[in-house]
Design a protein around this ligand. Structure first.
Ligand SMILES: [Mg+2]
Length: 382
């Protein structure tokens, strides 16, 4: 079997899909995207395609290694996201060629389903609490919300109080047993991270995410090690080599590699195994589309330390199209009791609705994240 073509589709709300075709008629899908840079990743896929066309798609490890090591320059969001989507599609083809789900080729599943969490916003306390309650009524047992809006290095107490009021309202609404993840979104600098972590401690959060940007965690390492709240991060790390210092630092309890940013299934499985050796949990980042989510679930199936899965159904970024629009059978992602089943179909376990992909690719998108400003005019982390 040989690869004959790679085709990318820029589709709303902000995604990029990849179809890899073979001379055997087997087609595989991947989702090579980093949010806000879909066209750049598409260009990277197009460059990497020169090597892949004519090759046997089933040598996934070999192709990953060549595409990572042979270009001299390596790593970073664009390259690793391109590689991630290619890796997903190659695994999809390989699974279909064997008539088996990817997790079976990786040794078989260690779980039948995995807990998922629902996004509930985070900017207005009354609405956030209502969204949390609605998620719980739909069966979710865990939710995630944004913490602060833009925050300066040193900011005012009222902003801290607003975050606390918001989290308190959610905790009050859902009771003590629902997991609440609070994402600081890398918006918080070291001085205010200390203040916020202390203020939120009484609410027994499931985790605080990106308390500071990953590159700054060493600056508050003692604080994080002492925190009774689990610390999660990793959506902006792209490889084993990016993760290794974080994993060995002792400051992080949950890593959040993104299957569409960190080299795909092949690489994230290795990252998860590294984390397991340090008793660190894995909660794959996935505010993306159905192919990325399917890839995550194949990984969750085989990573013992996978604990909870992010998913984008109803997330505020999804305007125009949502998670289930591009799959032939949306019931593959049916959530029950706050969990989703590991897909059992061949390859990634989903059927992409190619006609609809083409239709929406004709519309495309130019999604960019907003540029926020502090009151003094300087740019704020979004
Ligand atoms: Mg995040």
């Amino acid at each position: 079997m040989k690869i004959t073509s790679l085709t990318t589709y820029v589709v709303p709300p902000r995604w990029l899909f990849l179809k890899i075709e073979t001379d055997a008629g087997i087609v595989g899908w991947g989702e090579p995207v980093i949010e806000g840079r879909a066209a750049s990743v598409a260009a990277a896929v197009e460059e990497l395609a020169d090597y892949l066309v004519g090759k046997d798609p089933r040598r996934v490890e070999e192709h990953w290694t060549v595409l990572y090591r042979s270009g001299f320059y390596r790593g970073g969001g664009i390259h690793m996201s391109a590689l991630a989507g290619i890796d997903q599609a190659l695994w999809d083809i390989t699974g279909r060629a064997h008539g088996a789900p990817v997790h079976e080729l990786l040794g078989g599943r260690v779980r039948d389903r995995i807990k998922v969490y629902s996004w509930i916003g985070g900017d207005r306390p009354d609405q956030t609490a209502a969204a949390a309650l609605a998620a719980v009524e739909r069966g979710f047992t865990a939710v995630k919300m944004n913490g602060p809006e833009e925050l300066q290095y040193l900011d005012t107490r009222d902003k801290v109080e607003r975050v606390v009021a918001n989290v308190a309202a959610v905790r009050e609404a859902v009771g003590p047993d629902v997991g609440i993840g609070v994402d600081f979104h890398g918006r918080v600098h070291r001085p205010m991270a200390r203040v916020l972590l202390e203020a939120l401690a009484p609410y027994h959060l499931m985790f605080v995410e990106e308390p500071v940007l990953s590159e700054h965690v060493d600056g508050i390492a003692d604080l994080l090690r002492a925190s009774a709240t689990p610390i999660a991060l990793g959506e902006r790390l792209f490889s084993r080599w990016d993760f290794k210092d974080v994993i060995t630092s002792g400051v992080v309890d949950v890593i959040q590699p993104d299957l569409s940013h960190a080299g795909g299934i092949t690489e994230v499985r290795k990252i998860a195994a590294m984390a397991e050796a340090y008793d660190i949990a894995v909660a794959p980042h996935c505010p993306l589309g159905p192919i990325a989510l399917a890839a995550c679930l194949q990984l969750d199936a085989v990573a013992y330390n996978a604990v909870i899965q992010e998913q984008s159904l109803g997330i505020h970024y999804n305007t125009g199209n949502d998670l289930l629009d591009y799959v032939v059978d949306p019931s593959v992602f049916a959530y029950s009791e706050g969990m989703v089943d590991i897909p059992r179909g061949p390859g990634l376990g989903i059927e992409v609705d190619e006609d609809y992909v083409r239709e929406r690719a004709a519309v495309g998108h130019r999604w960019r994240n907003p540029v926020w400003r502090h009151p003094d005019g300087s740019v704020a982390e979004w």
